[in-house]
Design a protein around this ligand. Structure first.
Ligand SMILES: *Cc1c(COP(=O)(O)O)cnc(C)c1O
Length: 394
């Protein structure tokens, strides 16, 4: 095959990353104390428009830390979308609390506030909106619910660094937020995560729990059982270099999304990422939804693309379909999980690459399309007045 293999994601690592990581290595400060930790936390907090950021080992640990700092535990319930990466649910389970799964909005793929509200009980302590694939959840509606029912909002912004809801950055829209810096995220530190908040007490509690809750005045005295969730200075050096380039990454992703919009043939049954007009979507993943593909046909489609050197991912599975969380699925989440596909999106992807991907997608879908499409879901979604056409918000 003359065509080079196109992965779904890959990090962009340049000479500045090499320079700073080498500097950290040579300094001898290779564990979790060092100037890059401080620099990275300050830069990331500023970027998220919050007062405090804590660098931690990964996004899952950041979620667990947030829940622990809020004293969420056995007997408590935490509402999260049925459609998310498993870490969101697992972190709740680690605390001994019960994860409760809400349905999602069919356009934004984020938690449906009405579904979340129906699940609130006396035991509900928190709601975790996930800004899925880079699109912010409906934070105003969720904020209203949180206020009325006296629960906190923890944003899972693992996929949405820099995304904005009505001009406000994610990570600072609830009580606290979390991010991931895994290799395929908007920026990376290899493995890594962050906890963000503007609540000073919560910050101090989380900071203490990150380091075994060691007393600041009596070494090796611990008032409670904490964790070692510290990020290393080596990772933070990589993070500092990535933060210098984050706006370059963001505009590149928006440009790539634009290339897909002009090259993939869409209609009422074939769609790319939707977005609300009042958000800045950071397009962590390119999302392709084809109403008339079922799970089996979707897998055939993905295998055929792979044969042509183009990697894809299926949408996340619903939490309610997984053995450890098995329960009645939420209908919109289930339908999306079975039919959605993620296409390649990374900083080094070229317009020629996108044309090649779109060419293969268009050709295969034309071959696979059934003669008559009579899916009521298609008619419903086509009738929804929603911003989605070829335009893009920078
Ligand atoms: C990646 C991700 C996480 C977990 O982050 P890790 O750094 O891999 O632990 C949590 N939630 C969502 C929605 C994610 O996509």
């Amino acid at each position: 095959m003359p065509n080079q293999f196109l992965p779904v994601a890959r990090p962009s690592i340049g000479s500045r990353e090499e320079e700073l990581v080498l500097d950290a290595l040579r300094s001898g400060w290779i564990s979790s104390i060092g100037k890059y930790i401080d620099e990275f936390e300050v830069a990331f907090a500023r970027y998220c428009h919050v007062d405090y950021a804590l660098a931690v080992t990964n996004g899952t640990a950041a979620l667990h830390l947030a829940l622990a700092a809020l004293d969420i535990g056995p007997g408590d319930e935490v509402i999260l979308p049925d459609f998310t990466f498993v870490a969101t649910a697992n972190a709740v389970r680690y605390t001994g609390a019960t994860p409760v799964f809400a349905d999602i909005d069919p356009e934004t793929l984020c938690i449906d506030p009405r579904s979340a509200e129906r699940l609130v009980t006396k035991a509900t302590k928190a709601i975790i909106p996930v800004h899925i694939y880079g699109h912010p959840a409906d934070m105003d509606a969720l904020g209203e619910i949180a206020k009325v029912h006296d629960v906190v909002l923890i944003e899972d912004a693992a996929e949405a660094h820099g995304a904005e809801y009505k001009g406000r950055r994610v990570g600072g829209l609830g009580k606290c937020g979390i991010f991931s810096f895994y290799g395929n995220k908007i920026i990376t530190t290899g493995e890594g995560g962050a906890f963000t908040t503007s609540d000073q007490n919560l910050y101090l509690r989380a900071k203490s729990l990150r380091d075994h809750a060691m007393s600041p005045t009596r070494r090796y005295h611990h008032d409670e059982c904490g964790f070692n969730y510290r990020m290393t200075n080596l990772q933070a050096a990589l993070g500092v270099a990535q933060m210098e380039r984050i706006e370059e990454f963001q505009s590149k992703r928006a440009e790539i999304m634009g290339w897909y919009r002009s090259a993939v043939v869409t209609d009422e049954s074939i769609r790319l990422n939707r977005f609300r007009e009042d958000v800045r979507n950071v397009y962590w993943m390119i999302c392709l939804e084809v109403d008339w593909l079922d799970e089996t046909r979707r897998d055939e489609f993905m295998n055929e693309l792979k044969r042509r050197g183009i990697d894809t991912r299926p949408y996340f599975r619903t939490m309610s379909s997984l053995p450890m969380y098995k329960q009645t699925p939420q209908p919109v989440a289930e339908r999306k999980a079975q039919t959605g596909i993620n296409l390649p999106c990374y900083v080094e992807l070229t317009q020629a690459d996108v044309r090649r991907i779109a060419g293969a997608v268009n050709e295969l879908l034309a071959e696979m399309r059934p003669n008559a499409v009579r899916d009521p879901a298609t008619i419903l979604s086509a009738a929804t007045p929603f911003a989605c056409a070829g335009l893009d918000q920078a």
